[in-house]
Design a protein around this ligand. Structure first.
Ligand code: AMP
Ligand code: ZN
Length: 463
């Protein structure tokens, strides 16, 4: 039998496949850029978070421990604009979307990170990092009281984006958090207060203001993971300028390599364009749940494509996911019903697990991993095996994929409309919205089902 490969991943920094192993001890220290909590996350965002979830699960599948930190950007241009337009405090405005985000993670069976630092809780750390950069002479205060990073003072600038900026440097400044490669320039570490910021602002050695977006991630990642850590991920749009700037800020301050491995997922697109809030071509998770799709069907679509391949969102993919999952459910349920102790494990089970392991360890090749799962389904059905060991292989595969044992409630005997109510109830409970949870319990009862809550989550039975 072929020996499963060790885990290898594509490192955007070196542009090559490399082994992924912890730098120290048995724990991978891993930072993921989290949501800007000014709106409900769309399923394009969840492509990034499900990719990171698969990555985390594959590391665990290989026996590594993971310390994952995912930040919550709760102060930036967009959150301030939203709060001031709504006439509410920034913290009240962002709380709604933070709660919604955690509820959505549960619906998509995304494992929680170990730490979720919010930017507004780490302003002193950001100020001291900016002070360090000013002391080192790589950052300077502008006339208006903002502080900028001087890209020409950091020789490695451009190493992640693989662009030689030497011929493009104009000495220009860029105040906005997001800009493209054509507009590279000194970027804002600290932004002086402006009237449009309203009540949002913190005192600093440079006057009242707020942090730039990029400094948030450098300060929070180093606080929880150390000055040098293993792995940093995000969507491909984060690579430049955000991650490039994170490297510049951290390495200019510490003189050490910031992160060894960088991984980026391709975009979820709609009709060939990136799904994004600014283009208005997005679906939130809630939109799809309301249309009757379940969390695991949506997860299936998002993780079924290789993370570095573009993925065009289409409802036909959700229909395919529903059929595929029904096939897996039927097979697994029938096997669970007939499985006996003491039955020898058939050879095909180990072969499928080896193929699965080789696939996920080869830069998270989920299409091949799903092919191994469906081989196992086919062979299980064809052989009529009664071996419990086969069930264990399904469980082992699902420890990575997270789509089969999504709770008993996800099984096919539960109609889609009841499943939608269940997913919404799980989201309401995660957000501690008990009134909504009770309302949904009644709606589920009216549809003829009884819901029970336990430590494992909710389960339903037909009345
Ligand atoms: P944001 O809230 O815009 O900062 O994005 C949060 C995460 O979602 C980042 O890692 C982005 O790179 C990622 N992201 C945003 N849009 C998409 C998309 N259409 N497809 C995949 N990832 C995305
Ligand atoms: Zn970030």
């Amino acid at each position: 039998m072929e020996t499963p490969l060790k885990m290898k991943v594509y490192n955007s920094l070196t542009r090559g496949l490399e082994p992924l192993e912890p730098m120290e001890g048995g724990t991978i220290r891993f930072y993921t850029c989290g949501p800007t909590v000014y709106n409900y996350a769309h399923i394009g965002n969840f492509r990034a978070y499900t990719f990171e979830d698969i990555l985390r699960r594959v590391m665990q599948f290989n026996g590594m421990k993971v310390k994952q930190v995912m930040n919550l950007t709760d102060v930036d241009d967009k959150t301030i604009r939203g709060a001031n337009a709504a006439g509410v405090k920034l913290t009240d405005y962002t709380k709604t979307y933070k709660d919604a985000f955690f509820a959505d993670l549960k619906v998509l069976n995304i494992q929680p990170a170990e730490v979720y630092p919010a930017a507004t809780d780490h302003i002193p750390e950001m100020i001291s990092l900016v002070e360090k950069l000013v002391e080192k002479g790589v950052a300077y205060k502008s006339d208006d009281g903002s502080v900028y990073f001087a890209v020409t003072k950091f020789p490695g600038y451009g190493k992640l984006a693989h662009i030689d900026f030497d011929n493009q440097r104009t000495g220009a400044r860029c105040a906005a958090d997001e800009y493209d490669k054509e507009n590279v320039g000194d970027f804002a570490l600290w932004k002086a207060w402006e009237p449009s910021d309203g009540p949002v602002g913190w005192d600093s050695p440079w006057g009242r203001g707020r942090p730039g977006w990029h400094i948030e991630c450098s300060a929070m990642s180093m606080k929880y993971l150390g000055e040098s850590f293993d792995l940093h991920t995000g969507g491909i749009d984060n690579l430049f300028p955000h991650h490039e700037n994170e490297i510049a800020q951290a390495e200019a301050a510490t003189g050490k390599q910031f992160v060894r491995t960088w991984m980026h997922c391709a975009h979820l697109r709609v009709n060939g364009e990136k799904m994004s809030k600014s283009l208005g071509n997005f679906f939130t998770l809630r939109d799809l749940l309301e249309k009757g799709w379940t969390g695991r069907e949506i997860r299936y679509v998002l993780v079924n494509a290789h993370y570095r391949q573009g993925l065009n969102f289409a409802f036909s993919a959700l229909e395919d996911a529903r059929k595929a999952l029904e096939r897996v459910d039927r097979c697994v349920d029938a096997l669970a019903a007939r499985a006996k102790d003491g039955e020898p494990a058939p050879d095909f089970a180990q072969a499928a697990l080896d193929a699965f392991t080789a696939a996920v360890n080869d830069d998270l090749n989920t299409p091949k991993a799903f092919a191994a799962l469906f081989d196992l389904v086919r062979e299980t059905n064809a052989s009529g095996t009664c071996s419990k060991a086969v069930l264990d292989v399904f469980r082992r595969m699902d420890s990575v994929l997270g789509v089969i044992f999504f709770g008993k409630a996800a099984k096919t005997e539960v109609p889609a409309e009841v499943q939608t109510l269940l997913d919404a109830r799980a989201a309401a409970r995660a957000a501690k919205n008990w009134a909504e949870s009770d309302r949904l319990r009644d709606a589920i009862a009216a549809a003829g089902w009884t819901v029970k809550d336990s430590k494992e989550g909710q389960s339903v039975t037909k009345r």
